[in-house]
Design a binder for this molecule. Structure first.
Ligand SMILES: [Zn+2]
Length: 389
């Protein structure tokens, strides 16, 4: 394999340095943004691994200083962000390196936002034009370094932060939360176990696929979604089969970034259902989307048949059409060891009415090709619980 093949610089949707070994660019990326003493924000597990310790040492050597903050939960809370802001101020840090999976990236982006604000974080929840309250000049620059291939938070303009007292996840949004530089280095993802690779990879597929199916006008996002789906088809099975396959890891990291770029066009019913199911059953987000995918496709069939037929031609599936695409999804899931029904991961139908209503109320439902009612969401969920495709 030719390492150079994966080396590239892109400036859409932000500056992306992609390629094997690109983590070595980290101090230069910080300097480029005027950071001389950044704070690495990561999760406690990663903070002890050589990849983070080496990055810390490298930045401390090449820059004036560099700190480490790792006191964040799997679902970062408002308190985690406050503690990060305090650490950032105490160390006089002038920028943030958000390093890790979705939680670390979201926490890092939120800390960089909150350092220069005098309002509580919940004042910036993505509702109406709350983002106008942000003191943009107070925001610190962010370099994002993802270590999983799924959420795509490195190119997202929001962070999901848990409000512990209210027990809800809130979306904190500002367009400038999009990290200014992203480093996509596939070597950082090689340690992910096969199961997590499969579930996060299917989340990347769901982002590309829901964006592709969204009826909203965004031809750039649409084109990115089609290619993102193709990359998942060509490389996810290989990344799951052999985690050290750098070519597969590189392509999946890009597919994940593309998914989050594409979903500026909108998500849909998979995410509308995965959000309440995740909140009520604490199940893995990517795994939920993977299980839900064929049931949602089937429910959307009348609205997406032509689009999906085109897609299946691009993917070179046999007998291009809706059924051939659906069959591919079902086959891919079983190849990756993903269960066919929600009941197989311990979700029964006792709360489907509540879930139907929560899915209807979820912002992702507004960009689904069909505006399902709460009852229709309940039916899709029941089918997914029982495995009735
Ligand atoms: Zn997702």
């Amino acid at each position: 394999m030719n390492i150079e093949q994966f080396t590239a610089n892109w400036n859409y949707p932000t500056t992306i340095r992609s390629g094997i070994g690109r983590i070595n660019d980290l101090p230069a990326a910080c300097s480029e943004l005027g950071m001389q003493n950044p704070l690495i924000v990561t999760d406690p597990g990663l903070a002890e691994l050589p990849m983070v310790l080496q990055a810390l040492k490298h930045c401390q050597t090449e820059l004036k200083g560099c700190g480490l903050f790792a006191d964040i939960k799997g679902n970062p809370t408002g308190e985690n962000v406050e503690a990060g802001v305090a650490a950032c101020k105490a160390g006089n840090h002038d920028g943030v390196i958000a390093f890790g999976g979705g939680s670390a990236l979201d926490a890092g982006k939120a800390i960089a936002l909150m350092v220069g604000q005098d309002r509580p974080i919940w004042d910036f929840e993505d509702v109406g034009d709350n983002y106008l309250r942000v003191n943009v000049e107070g925001m610190l620059p962010v370099v994002a370094v993802p270590t999983t291939s799924g959420t795509g938070s490195e190119v997202g303009r929001a962070s999901v932060i848990t409000h512990q007292q209210e027990k809800v996840k809130k979306i904190i949004f500002h367009a400038r939360m999009l990290p200014e530089i992203v480093i996509l280095d596939p070597e950082l993802t090689c340690g992910l176990p096969a199961k997590i690779t499969a579930a996060t990879g299917m989340d990347a597929l769901s982002h590309n696929l829901e964006a592709f199916c969204s009826p909203f006008y965004h031809p750039m996002a649409h084109g990115i979604a089609i290619e993102g789906i193709k990359l998942v088809k060509d490389w996810l099975p290989a990344a799951v089969a052999d985690g050290s396959n750098l070519q597969a890891r590189a392509q999946m990291l890009v597919a994940s970034t593309m998914g989050a770029t594409a979903f500026q066009k909108g998500l849909g019913a998979m995410h509308a259902l995965a959000h309440p199911l995740g909140a009520l059953y604490d199940a893995h987000h990517g795994l939920l989307n993977a299980i839900l995918m064929p049931y949602v496709l089937k429910a959307n069939q009348s609205a997406i048949e032509n689009k999906v037929t085109e897609l299946s031609r691009y993917l070179d599936l046999p007998e291009p059409g809706f059924d051939s695409f659906l069959n591919w999804v079902v086959k891919l899931r079983s190849e990756l060891g993903i269960p066919h029904s929600l009941s197989e991961i311990g979700i029964d139908d006792s709360q489907v009415q509540k879930i139907g209503q929560m899915a209807f109320d979820d912002p992702s439902s507004g960009t689904n090709p069909i505006l399902f009612t709460a009852d229709e969401y309940q039916t899709i969920c029941t089918n997914a619980v029982r495995g009735n495709l």
